[in-house]
Design a protein around this ligand. Sequence first.
Ligand SMILES: N[C@@H](CCC(=O)N[C@@H](CS)C(=O)NCC(=O)O)C(=O)O
Length: 346
Amino acid sequence: MTILKAVIRSVLAGVVAGALGASAAQANSGDTLAAVKARGEVLCGVHPARHGFAAPDSQGKWSGFEVDFCHAVAAAIFGDASKVRFVALSSQQRFPAIQSGEVDVLARNVTATLSRDTALGLNFSPPIFYTGTGFLVRKDDGITKVEDLDGAAICMAPGSTTERNVAQIFAARGMKYTPVVIENNKQLVDAYVTGRCDALTKDKAALPGVRAVDTENPADHVLLPGIYSKEPLAMAVRQGDDQWYDLIKWVVYATFNAEEMGVGQANVDEMKASTDPDVQTLLGVIGDNGTKLGVGNTWAYDIVKQVGNYKDIYMRHFGPDSPVALDRDQNVLWTEGGLLYGLPMQ
Ligand SMILES: N[C@@H](CCC(=O)N[C@@H](CS)C(=O)NCC(=O)O)C(=O)O
């Protein structure tokens, strides 16, 4: 904990590189993949309870969209998606945890931003989920648009982009608000549910989960229309380890490309017999992409077989039958007018 506090202080002072401490220096030495292989599991930092993205059940078994991206990394490395240890992190804990080497990768609702990419010493995967700031309000309060929130008490978490976004949204409209800033996610949601705040603000994609799971009567709560910032959520790793960064990026691209090629969990075995060289390359039937990434050549096959392509993962957690149904919006392939674009795997 002392190291983590020191890291936070150093980040605030803008001197990240020189002051990460011994464990971070080791973690930065470019050997994350070797360390993960030796340990036998990936340490993945996730949200403590964001329904649809990451949450443990009563047995402590994690599930969610970001949880599955952690599983995909494990599948690529070990051919076994189960080899992950999940570390629940609050908004404020997440960056010290990746900087110090407490986790190997963050899949924790992290918005990729310039400051985080530079001053915080992170590298980002391609975004795995595009969303933006949203607001949840009580239907009875008659609030139907952001402009109705003038003078409102707004519940939000510290250490998130949301705090800054809210300040900008209100300033731009010449409106005032009282921030109610609470780090603990349960206490934050409780503060809204018990009426301490007029609105709860979070990434918009997180709010249906709060409404469905944390409110007594979901129909009493509404999401305000509109998206008020760009929140491209990505996996994050430490700077200074290109091999690890490459692997994380290509795990994400593999899920996009598999969807684009029509290779999913349901048909991946039959697709091994495809004569399409792109499919053969993806599935490791030809080529040595795995070797280039430092893993086995069936790495992408293992991801699709055990976890799925992007669509499989999305539908499992946000599909119409899931408790947190979310339209895919921009989270569809570029070929369908969306933002998901897997780089070529040649
Ligand atoms: N995507 C945004 C927000 C992600 C985030 O951490 N959100 C807050 C709520 S706005 C949260 O999850 N708080 C709960 C917690 O820290 O446990 C970011 O990267 O800053």
